[in-house]
Design a protein around this ligand. Structure first.
Ligand code: 4HU
Length: 444
C-alpha cells in the first residue's frame, strides 16, 4: 500500500507562499515506491521472518548483495521486459550501474567470485529489494522485495523438487492451502525439443522463450509475429503453440515421445512431489515458460486458483547462466517470491495476521525530579528483556493511560515520590486493573 498523504496538519500544512518561507516538500515517496510505517513494517517483518525461517528449515545460508550492480549483469540480449525496465544510470565515475531488477545474477556473480572456496552444492537464500522503471501509466510498483532461494551445483531435479517443497512449506506457514494456490510446472526442454525438430538454432532459445512467455499478456497473433520476426518458421510456430496447449504429461508424451529429457525430468519431478507430499499443489502446464531468458529446464510458477492475481512466485533451472558471465557453467536452479502479490492474496483470503504493537511496560515518573528514577526502573526491566516505553517528559496521567492503551502495554509502572522513598514503585496490570507495590529488584 502506498503510505503517505495522511498524517499531521499544521506544522507542515501548505499555506500561502511567503518570500523566505520554506516551501513544503512532497512527503510522499517517489512514484512506484512504498514507505513502511510501523503497522506495514510489522506485516513485512512477519512475512520476511517466515521466509527466513523456511530457509533455515531447509538448510539454506543467507547471503546479500548490493542493490546497485554493474549494469552489464542485466544487459542480456533476449528482449526481456526486465531489461527494458532497467533502472540504470551513469554514476559520477562514468560507470554504467543499475538498481538490480532481480537477484539471481548477483548470486551467480558472488558464486563465481568465491570460486572453489565455497564447496558445492551451495544452498543460498536472500530477501532483497528489486527495482524496475516502468511507465507509471500502468500505476504499478517500481520496487518490491523478493525472497530468493537457489541451489548451485545439483544437476538433478531433486533440487527443483526441494525448492518447490520450501515454497509449499512457506504457504502452509502463512495459512495458504492447496485450494488457494497451485504451481504450474513445465520444462523449457519441451520447447528446446520442438525447436530442434525444426532446426531452430540454440542461440534463439532464450529469445523464443521470452516471446512465448507473453502468450497470456498479448494477442497470440502478436506472439506469432514476434516469433517469426525472430527467425522461427511458420510451421515451427504452429507446432510450438500446439505443444504449449498441452496440459498433461500423457499428452506431452504423445507429442514428444517418451525418450526425451523433458519428459524424464517432469516425470521424476512429479514422482518426487508424491514423496515430498505436495502432489496436490502442482500441475503440468506446457504454457509455463517464465520471462527470464536464462532458464534452461524445469520452470514453475505459483498462481492463485481464483485467477485474480499475477504470479505469486516463480523460478526454474538455469544451467548456463554462469557461462554468460564468462565462467565455467555450474548447474543451478532457484526461485523469486515477491512481497506484494502474496499480501494481496492474504488480504483476499482474510488471512492477514493481527500484528498489533505489543509492549511489556510503560514507565512514568509522577514528577519531574523522578525522571532519573524512572530511567533506573526502565533499565532494570530492559536488562530482564522487557520492552519498556519510558515516558520522557512530564505528562498528565490521562495521557499516559491513553498511550499505554495505544501501545498495548501490559503493565504501567508509576514512580512516585513517597513510594520511591520507601524503595518501591507502583505497578498496575492494565488488563485487570490490579495494582501492587514492588521493590526495584523484584520488578518483572
Ligand atoms: O517482478 C518483476 C519486478 C522486478 C523489480 C521490481 C518489481 Br515491482 N517487479
Amino acid at each position: 500500500s502506498q503510505s503517505g498523504g495522511g498524517g499531521r496538519s499544521g506544522a507542515l500544512s501548505p499555506g500561502p507562499i511567503v518570500a523566505g518561507e520554506v516551501q513544503r516538500i512532497d512527503v510522499n515517496p517517489p512514484k512506484g515506491t512504498r514507505d513502511f510505517p510501523p503497522e506495514e513494517m510489522r506485516l513485512r517483518n512477519w512475512l520476511f521472518n517466515n521466509f527466513k525461517e523456511v530457509s533455515r528449515l531447509y538448510g539454506f545460508e543467507e547471503v546479500d548483495f548490493p542493490v546497485l550492480e554493474n549494469e552489464a549483469l542485466f544487459t542480456r540480449k533476449a528482449g526481456e521486459e526486465i531489461k527494458d525496465q532497467l533502472y540504470c544510470f551513469e554514476d559520477r565515475g562514468n560507470r554504467r550501474v543499475a538498481l538490480r531488477p532481480e537477484l539471481t545474477p548477483s548470486l551467480a556473480r558472488l558464486v563465481i567470485q568465491k570460486g572453489k572456496s565455497v564447496p558445492l552444492p551451495l544452498k543460498w537464500f536472500t530477501v532483497g529489494q528489486c527495482w524496475r522503471y516502468e511507465r507509471m501509466t500502468r500505476g504499478r510498483r517500481r520496487e518490491h522485495y523478493q525472497w530468493n532461494m537457489d541451489i548451485i551445483g545439483v544437476p538433478g531435479v531433486m533440487a527443483e523438487a526441494e525448492l518447490i517443497s520450501s515454497i509449499v512449506t512457506l504457504f502452509k506457514r502463512i495459512g495458504i492451502k492447496e485450494s488457494d494456490v497451485g504451481f504450474k510446472v513445465s520444462s523449457r526442454k519441451v520447447l528446446q525439443e520442438v525447436l530442434k525438430c525444426y532446426s531452430i538454432p540454440e542461440s534463439l532459445f532464450g529469445k523464443v522463450c521470452v516471446i512465448i512467455d507473453k502468450i497470456e499478456k498479448i494477442p497470440v497473433d502478436e506472439v506469432k509475429k514476434e516469433l517469426m520476426a525472430a527467425g522461427v518458421s511458420q510451421e515451427a510456430v504452429e507446432e510450438l503453440l500446439q505443444v504449449l496447449s498441452v496440459k498433461s504429461l500423457t499428452g506431452l508424451e504423445e507429442k514428444l515421445g517418451s525418450s526425451g529429457k523433458a519428459i524424464a525430468d517432469l516425470k521424476q519431478l512429479f514422482s518426487l512431489a508424491e514423496k515430498f507430499g505436495y502432489s496436490e499443489w502442482i500441475q503440468f502446464d506446457a504454457s509455463v515458460v517464465r520471462g527470464l531468458a536464462y532458464y534452461t529446464g524445469i520452470v514453475f510458477e505459483g498462481f492463485d486458483r481464483e485467477g485474480k492475481l499475477r504470479a505469486i512466485c516463480g523460478g526454474g533451472r538455469y544451467d548456463h547462466l554462469f557461462s554468460t558471465f564468462g565462467a565455467d557453467d555450474i548447474p543451478a536452479c532457484g526461485f523469486g517470491f515477491g512481497d506484494a502479490v502474496v499480501v494481496e492474496l492474504l488480504r483476499e483470503k482474510g488471512l492477514l495476521p493481527d500484528l498489533s504493537l505489543q509492549m511489556d511496560y510503560i514507565v512514568c515518573a509522577l514528577d519531574e525530579d523522578l525522571q532519573g528514577a524512572a530511567a533506573m526502573v526502565a533499565h532494570v526491566l530492559r536488562k530482564k528483556g522487557q520492552s519498556v516505553d519510558l515516558v520522557l517528559e512530564s505528562k498528565p496521567l490521562k495521557w499516559v493511560f491513553k498511550r499505554a492503551a495505544r501501545n498495548n502495554a501490559q503493565r504501567l509502572v508509576l514512580v512516585g515520590s513517597s513510594e520511591w522513598q520507601r524503595g518501591v514503585v507502583g505497578v498496575k496490570i492494565l488488563a485487570t486493573g490490579e495494582q501492587y507495590e514492588v521493590k526495584l529488584d523484584e520488578l518483572i
